[in-house]
Design a protein around this ligand. Structure first.
Ligand code: P6P
Length: 335
């Protein structure tokens, strides 16, 4: 049977489901095209002078990889002129990026982590791009959006997705009605649907966490992990497996496909920083995808999608995946 392309899927969503406004369809197509270009740059490696770090740091205080900046520029340039966006925000930019006045303003806001797990690039391991789409507020003619307009809860997202650049290049997308997977056909240059209405396989015994942070964990997370390390000799009576790829996108994609749970919990490492991952362009979009696939996503106490943001780059603890596992790792009084 002939496989459906992303364009065909989006046209059907627009025509039949009526859930897809034209500007949002254009946004998804532009982001998907940008991910194709990013994939092409990544695959050049040392041959394309895209490896290594710059002398600069991003707003997170992290050394920027060349591809962090290249991918960020690709997403900005591709999305500026289409008239579908009012502004953009990125892990790599301290402040929001307004669509220049020479272009029409649209009704959406786009947030992204252009290269998630970028330290993997120099050693040829999987990385990803994460994106989140919010509605821009209704505003009077020529009134610019502000950073405050981006501070919307995860459940306000109208779409979310990621590209994972691994042995295949795969785009995973939700418009709020299921999770759908597209694999890049490099010969034709099309995104081809390879999975649809994805649901996380339940009851799979695999967890993803960076064990080197163990001394910083909460008692709940410590007990959760120790029970699983004890395996069939412990209270659970069954063995677990562990994976940690250093890229949230790659780990969460594995969980979507074969189950398990991902944890980057808040830890005591840095006072005031509730975790390493960022709420607006990592926690929220990945939580929307996981929940749409039948999973759960908390910060260790609260459902991520209802957290009221207070800052564009605020951090969040993340526990997401199989709901039974998430519940076991989430502290009491969670909501
Ligand atoms: P660590 C990548 O830098 C990232 O933001 C996530 O993609 C990934 O899950 C995590 O940080 C890896 O962190 O501390 O294990 O290097």
């Amino acid at each position: 049977m002939k496989r459906k392309t992303l364009t065909q899927f989006l046209i059907e969503q627009q025509r039949e489901a009526g859930t897809l406004q034209p500007q949002l369809r254009l946004l998804i197509e532009v982001v998907a095209r940008s991910c194709k270009a990013i994939s092409h740059s990544i695959s050049k490696g040392a041959l394309g002078d895209v490896l290594g770090s710059l002398d600069s740091e991003n707003v997170q205080g992290e050394v920027q990889k060349k591809l962090d900046v290249i991918a960020n520029e690709m997403l900005l340039e591709a999305n500026e002129w289409g008239g579908h966006l009012a502004a953009m925000a990125s892990e790599e930019m301290e402040t929001i990026h307004l669509v220049p006045n020479r272009y029409p303003q649209g009704e959406y806001l786009l947030l992204f982590d252009p290269i998630d797990g970028s330290s993997n690039i120099d050693v040829d391991l999987s990385v990803g791009t994460i994106f989140s789409v919010l509605r821009a507020p209704k505003r009077v003619e020529a009134q610019d959006v502000t950073e405050a307009d981006f501070l919307q809860k995860g459940e306000c997202q109208v779409a979310a997705g990621y590209a994972v650049y691994g042995p295949q290049t795969i785009l995973v997308l939700t418009l709020g009605a299921g999770v759908h997977e597209f694999t890049l056909d490099r010969e034709v240059g099309s995104w081809v649907m390879t999975d649809t209405n994805m649901m996380i396989p339940m009851g799979k015994r695999e967890f993803a966490i960076n064990m080197s942070n163990a001394r910083q964990w909460s008692p709940e997370v410590t007990r959760f992990i120790n029970d699983r390390i004890a395996g069939d000799a412990g209270d659970l009576g069954v063995d677990y497996n562990m994976r940690w790829t250093g890229s949230m996108v790659a780990d969460v994609h594995r969980i979507l496909k074969r189950g398990g749970v991902f944890l980057y919990p808040r830890d005591a490492r840095k006072a005031g920083k509730v975790g390493k991952l960022r709420l607006m362009y990592e926690g929220n979009p990945m939580a929307m995808l996981i929940e749409q696939a039948g999973g759960a996503a908390t910060d260790g106490e609260t459902r991520i999608m209802i957290i009221e943001p207070s800052a564009l780059h605020q951090r969040v603890g993340v526990i997401m995946g199989d709901p039974t596992e998430v519940e076991a790792a989430t502290g009491p009084n969670s909501n």
